[in-house]
Design a protein. Structure first.
Length: 225
């Protein structure tokens, strides 16, 4: 939320309380200072979640009340932190409002592992990671960019930009300031095959294939963002 709270709800307990007519369960709350633009679950550590604040702090915390021994607070020393995604159990990629990307290892939280600039993006609102950890996509302003992971360097990133694309079939027209876009990678037949989908504020749904650099565009009626 915008007041620095992360609320965690146990859905099974809420349903159980409803069925038994007991008082509804309360959310457990993790408190941070600042606005929280991004929250995620850790991909491997049970009961661990994470959040970032716009003032540049990366929080990793146990959702169980009173369990503080595994909590980590990383001061990234850079403002306007907008997004994050876990690359593996201990490594997280952070995206900033100036197009900068930084990676931190929570086992060594005092040190930035790597940083680089996404020259196509002026702002990174959301980072979508391929489930097979081969690619990631930065969404924000002006549209999005696709990057390839370099597994030969222990999970570090190669600065290989595959393409920047907009949903208007690679139009040269720049979107307006009000334009918004988001998306995620797709699972097809239970197996990730390099497809990701986007939707935007102009009403376009687009599907891209990172393996073949191909795209398909569909436009239903109305805005989808």
């Amino acid at each position: 939320s915008l007041d620095g709270k992360v609320c965690i709800t146990d859905i099974e307990k809420v349903v159980s309380d409803q069925l038994s007519s007991r008082r509804l369960s309360e959310n457990s709350v993790y408190r941070a200072k600042g606005k929280l633009p991004s929250c995620h679950w850790n991909p491997s550590l049970a009961k661990m979640a994470s959040a970032v604040t716009d003032c540049g702090v990366f929080h990793v915390f146990d959702i169980r009340a009173g369990k503080y021994e595994r909590n980590v607070v990383v001061q990234t020393k850079h403002q306007n932190l907008q997004s994050h995604t876990w690359v593996d159990t201990y490594t997280c990629l952070l995206g900033y409002g100036d197009g900068m990307m930084r990676m931190f290892d929570i086992r060594r939280p005092e040190m930035c592992v790597i940083q680089f600039q996404d020259n196509l993006m002026s702002n990174i609102d959301h980072i979508a990671l391929d489930p097979q950890r081969r690619f990631f996509v930065n969404f924000g302003s002006p549209q999005f960019s696709v990057w390839k992971l370099d597994n030969r360097t222990s999970g570090m990133y190669s600065s290989i930009m595959l393409w920047q694309n907009d949903p208007h079939c690679r139009s040269s027209r720049r979107p307006s300031e009000e334009y918004r876009i988001d998306g995620s990678f797709m699972l097809t037949g239970g197996r990730q095959n390099g497809l990701f989908a986007t939707c935007d504020s102009t009403g376009y749904i687009s599907i891209y294939d990172v393996n073949t650099d191909s795209a398909g565009v569909y436009m239903p009626r109305g805005s989808l963002y």
